[in-house]
Write a protein of this length. Structure first.
Lengths: 428, 165
């Protein structure tokens, strides 16, 4: 901008001088040189002013959302030039000292949502409900050790319950090997480890049914240890996670938080790729093995195989996941295969600063009649919705759902439910 | 040709040459001046990264230069041109998307802290010089001797095909 103004000024000056006399080229060159010198002096002065900003505001280590914008230069304090040299060394030390991480470096972030629902399912009522209040803690304990925690406060008819969703302490050896212990979201597929309990993070109002919190199909939580890291693979961008833990508990929707309910550990392996040439793409596969003890010697071997593909750039967004759950009764050798998938597409519209994202999701779950561990989870559902990002940290979502649930069908009701769902979700 | 016409022609001629004089010294600087250099602490054991590798570092997918040397990401605060270039070319995200990306990254326990936000090039350069493992993005004109400037896709700031501008 300085250069542009300068050029205009020079042209005007040159034109003015030429108006009254023949063009004296030597004088003009002199003028140009002196003006260039002046610009150089001004640029140097700007650099000096930048360097003299108060040390307390020079570096922040806060979450991106909390980072204040750069102050206009006019607002910045300018110390007296005579103090410059004596302050310089002190300022350098201060700046570096502030930028260094001091342990433990705890950061807290919260997620919350408020919802409204109205459906034509017999026996249900429409109305508002408070979604999960989710607190996330991240703390670097040293250069290589970190703690991550997630707690939710859940509204129930008789009060609130608090749940420790994740509690993980991790040691990073390097990018290829990180070892952690605690309670995780099981790294099966994509959704369960991509969005956790942050409704604001996900495009839609709810998780897909197959990875629903409190659902049976996927073991959402896992207590044990996990090794994870990148795999040296060049542009393929491969990464892995391998875990061993307690697996499903007596209630199969819950992990064995207080101890395993049998002497058989569950294990999980997950591998995925983020190719360098296709920035935004992730695809991968997972397997999970467990022994489920349902009491009375009624035990089952469980094999879960899953595959996913995700394109997360937003224009468009594509998420698709498939999962097959194989149960084999140890007592009778009866085998059942339940499967589920979802495909979700969204597109961040170019206008309105890309704040609008219409989306569609199709979900399908099939549980055969031979399935004993699960109830009847059969579902075919379509969801059409619109997400509007009110700000960088808050969103409003509206959805219409059309679902056919086998379990709801009765002689007088065909099991098809239509509903309108609204949500405002945010992070703080 | 009357006097008035002569003066107009003289003015245009003068403007042309002054413009040429102004353009000539800046032509050499334009490429370098518009380029954003990737600078690292001198002890960092890399000197050439592909743009995809730079992206991995900035996305927090590569968090260690070596087992004992973690990456320290320094990024200018909003409004700075360096930040605009980094967001546009490397992250390919808007300011909002960038903020959301790091919220999600930490929430997923994939990183313990976001990049450090720096409010001036001068401070950024001081930090790079002082903090082992640090990496920053600064206007190539402001790079000081003693810092290591990385090649990106084999190119240095000022080269014709340098990607960060």
């Amino acid at each position: 901008m300085h250069r542009g103004l300068f050029a205009i000024a020079v042209v005007l000056l040159a034109g003015y001088s030429a108006w009254g006399q023949n063009p004296p080229l030597a004088n003009q060159a002199e003028q140009v040189r002196s003006l260039l010198e002046r610009v150089e002096r001004l640029e140097k002065r700007v650099a000096e002013l930048e360097a003299k900003q108060p040390a307390t505001t020079m570096v922040t280590d806060t979450m991106p959302g909390a980072a204040p914008s750069q102050k206009p230069e006019a607002e910045q304090a300018v110390p007296q030039p005579t103090l410059e040299n004596s302050m310089k060394g002190h300022m350098d030390q201060n700046t570096v000292g502030q930028a260094e991480t001091h342990y433990p470096a705890l950061q807290i972030r919260g997620f919350a949502d408020v919802d409204f629902s109205a459906t034509d399912q017999p026996g249900t009522t429409s109305g508002f409900n408070l979604g999960q209040l989710d607190l996330h803690l991240a703390s670097a304990l040293s250069q290589k050790i970190s703690y991550f925690g997630e707690m939710t406060f859940n509204a129930h008819p008789t009060g609130y319950t608090v749940e420790v969703e994740r509690s993980i302490v991790r040691y990073d050896y390097n990018d290829f090997f990180k070892l952690s212990f605690g309670r995780y979201h099981t790294p099966i597929g994509y959704w369960n480890t991509a969005f956790h309990h942050g409704a604001w993070l996900q495009t839609t109002i709810d998780r897909p049914e197959m990875v629903k919190v409190g659902g049976e199909f996927t073991p959402i939580h896992f207590v044990g240890f996990l090794a994870e890291g990148n795999i040296p693979s060049g542009g393929a961008g491969l990464a892995y996670s391998l875990g061993v833990g307690n697996g499903r508990g007596d209630i199969i929707t819950r992990p064995g938080d207080a101890g395993d309910n049998n002497n058989n550990r569950a294990w999980v392996a997950n591998i995925f790729s983020r190719p360098a040439r296709l920035y935004g793409l992730q695809f991968g596969a997972s397997v999970y093995r467990d022994k489920i003890s349902m009491g009375g010697g009624n035990d089952f071997r469980e094999w879960i195989a899953s595959a996913h593909v995700a394109w997360t750039r937003g224009d468009p967004e594509l998420l698709a996941e498939f999962e097959n759950v194989n149960h084999k009764s140890i007592l009778t050798n009866t085998v059942s295969n339940s499967n589920a998938f979802y495909v979700q597409v969204g597109y961040r519209l170019p206008g309105l600063e890309k704040t609008l994202k219409p989306y569609y999701r199709f979900e399908y779950i099939h549980t055969p009649k031979s399935e004993v561990v699960f109830g009847d989870l059969g579902l075919v559902e379509s969801i059409v919705g619109l997400r509007y990002d009110i700000s960088s940290y808050a969103a409003f979502k509206a959805e219409y759902r059309h679902a056919n649930r086998q379990v709801l069908s009765t002689p007088t009701f065909n099991g098809v439910v239509n509903g309108l769902f609204l949500q405002t979700s945010f992070t703080f | 040709m009357n006097n008035a016409t002569k003066r107009i022609v003289a003015s245009l001629w003068t403007a042309y040459w002054v413009g040429a004089l102004l353009a000539w010294p800046s032509a050499a600087q334009t490429v370098r001046g518009d380029d954003i250099a990737v600078v690292v602490h001198p002890d960092t054991p890399v000197s050439d990264l592909s743009l995809a590798d730079v992206r991995k570092v900035l996305l927090g997918e590569r968090q260690y230069w070596t087992t004992k040397l973690p990456v320290v990401l320094l990024i200018r605060a909003p409004v700075a041109r360096e930040r605009d270039v980094v967001l546009r070319v490397i992250y390919q995200m808007s300011e909002s998307q960038f903020k959301q990306y790091w919220v999600a990254k930490i929430f997923r326990a994939e990183a313990a802290s976001p990049p450090k936000i720096v409010y001036s090039n001068d401070v950024e350069l001081q930090l790079v010089a002082a903090m082992p493992g640090s990496i920053a993005f600064v206007d190539a004109r402001n790079v000081r001797p003693g810092l290591k400037v990385l090649r990106v896709d084999g190119q240095l700031p000022g080269d014709r095909n340098y990607p960060l501008r």
